[in-house]
Write a protein that binds this ligand. Structure first.
Ligand code: HEM
Ligand code: NAG
Ligand code: NAG
Length: 376
């Protein structure tokens, strides 16, 4: 057969294929009951690695602090809230994978691979991966509508409990005991009392983190009948403790002082004359920082059973380190995301395979397949 007619047949088959398997981008979708518009997705692209990764004065003149306006969304992450309050992230609190990746590198020198992975996880689990958007706070049905067909319910934003936000936070209550997205001033002051008791009253030290983090676990153990502290949340919670010591610390003095701590946690504002750290903080650094805190008071990952007893996990699929991957992606990302076609499926695959998988691939070469429930 002549090459030209082969080409025509291939082109014809491609057209047929598109007709037979309409992608979400071809369909008219109801954004909300009052609207009837075409709902087009956005192809996800990762930004290039940040070029200069040394210490640097943050914020620069182009990123002044402006307190959030009434409809701006803020949530459980003091790092992202601070970035939004300075316009490193959109001030309304709604961001793409690229914006999250770029802002956390620029503002805090979070490592590129980790930033990509955690930004991907945020959009996959708590945002809309068709539109490439996530709220760093609560739901925003107007700006972040459900996926086509609402196959995963309404995107909750990072404040929604489960999948990403979890128990045993340092400055936010467990979801069963209060608002898990909002700063609890009492907890913040409790944290600072450890600086007075264990340190010089000014510098937030390793032992402050070691003791306060353990105290928070004991408190959740005693008071939260629904405590869930499996390897994903367990790992993140210790990692976030490490962020306070390593990402909030001034890049030149290497200390997180009370003033610095207060600026980030209470006002969610970069402190005056503050410098970001001098080297990227990558996944292995986070593991080390988490390890340093947990080794002071080892606590097994697990959750409470119906009778209210804390049961450490024994399922080998949850064993560290691949268990971390399995818990976050296998259990946390809804299976229905793979039941899609077209651009949505392309975005989902990209976030899973190019966003998250590379973080684990050395140790856990087998990609984890999402098996999680939808709409939770
Ligand atoms: C794309 C990047 C990031 C995402 C998606 C993200 C997301 C989150 C989420 C969902 C939580 C809540 C977890 C919980 O307590 O249940 C959290 C907590 C936290 N994040 Fe981030 N984060 C990011 C980057 C950062 C950066 C750059 C910092 C800078 C230091 C940071 C510091 C923290 C801290 C200290 C906590 C713990 C708050 C507490 O326990 O009270 N995060 N983050
Ligand atoms: C950081 O804090 C430690 C502990 O208080 C202190 O000894 C050290 O001098 C501080 N470092 C700087 C550069 O100020
Ligand atoms: C995927 O779609 C099929 C066909 O509509 C359905 O039977 C199945 O339950 C879906 N799977 C998930 C995980 O939603």
């Amino acid at each position: 057969m002549p090459v030209a007619s082969q080409r025509i047949i291939v082109a014809f088959l491609l057209v047929l294929n598109v007709l037979a398997f309409p992608s979400y981008s071809d369909k008219a979708i109801h954004l909300d009951p009052r609207q009837d518009e075409k709902y087009a997705g956005t192809p996800i692209e990762f930004p290039p690695r940040m070029a200069f990764t040394g210490a640097k004065r943050i914020p620069d003149a182009a990123h002044p602090f402006i307190a959030p306006r009434p409809n701006d969304l803020r949530g459980p992450c003091p790092g992202l809230n601070t970035l939004a309050n300075h316009g490193y992230l959109p001030r309304n609190g709604i961001a793409t994978v690229a914006q999250l990746t770029q802002a956390s590198q620029e503002g805090f020198n979070l490592g590129y691979d980790f930033a990509r992975a955690v930004s991907s996880l945020a959009v996959l689990t708590r945002g809309n991966p068709f539109l490439n958007l996530v709220s760093i706070g609560g739901a925003s049905p107007r700006l972040i509508p459900p996926l086509p067909g609402a196959i995963d319910g309404t995107p909750g934003g990072l404040s929604k409990h489960g999948r990403f936000e979890g128990d045993v936070s340092m400055t936010r209550r467990d979801a069963a005991l209060g608002d898990p997205g909002a700063l609890d001033i009492g907890m913040l002051d409790d944290f600072l009392s450890y600086v007075d008791r264990l340190g010089d009253g000014d510098v937030v030290t390793q032992s402050v983190l070691n003791e306060y983090r353990f105290h928070r676990f004991q408190d959740s153990l005693a008071r939260n009948p629904k405590l869930v502290y499996q390897v994903g949340r367990h790992g993140f919670s210790y990692g976030e403790g490490g962020f306070i010591l390593n990402l909030f610390a001034d890049g030149i003095t290497h200390n997180t002082t009370r003033r610095t701590f207060d600026s980030f946690l209470r006002t969610e504002r970069f402190p005056p004359s503050w410098n970001r750290r001098a080297a990227p903080f990558e996944f292995p650094d986070i593991i080390n920082a988490a390890e340093a805190i947990i080794s002071a008071h080892p606590v097994p990952p697990g959750k409470k059973n119906a009778g209210g007893t804390y049961v450490p996990d024994t399922d080998p699929r949850l064993d560290f380190p691949c268990g971390l991957y399995y818990n976050l992606v296998g259990m946390g990302v809804p299976a229905v995301l793979l039941n899609t076609t077209g651009l949505l499926r392309k975005n989902v695959d990209k976030l899973l395979m190019e966003g998250i998988h590379p973080l684990f691939a050395d140790v856990c070469p087998e990609p984890v397949i999402p098996e999680g429930p939808a709409g939770v």
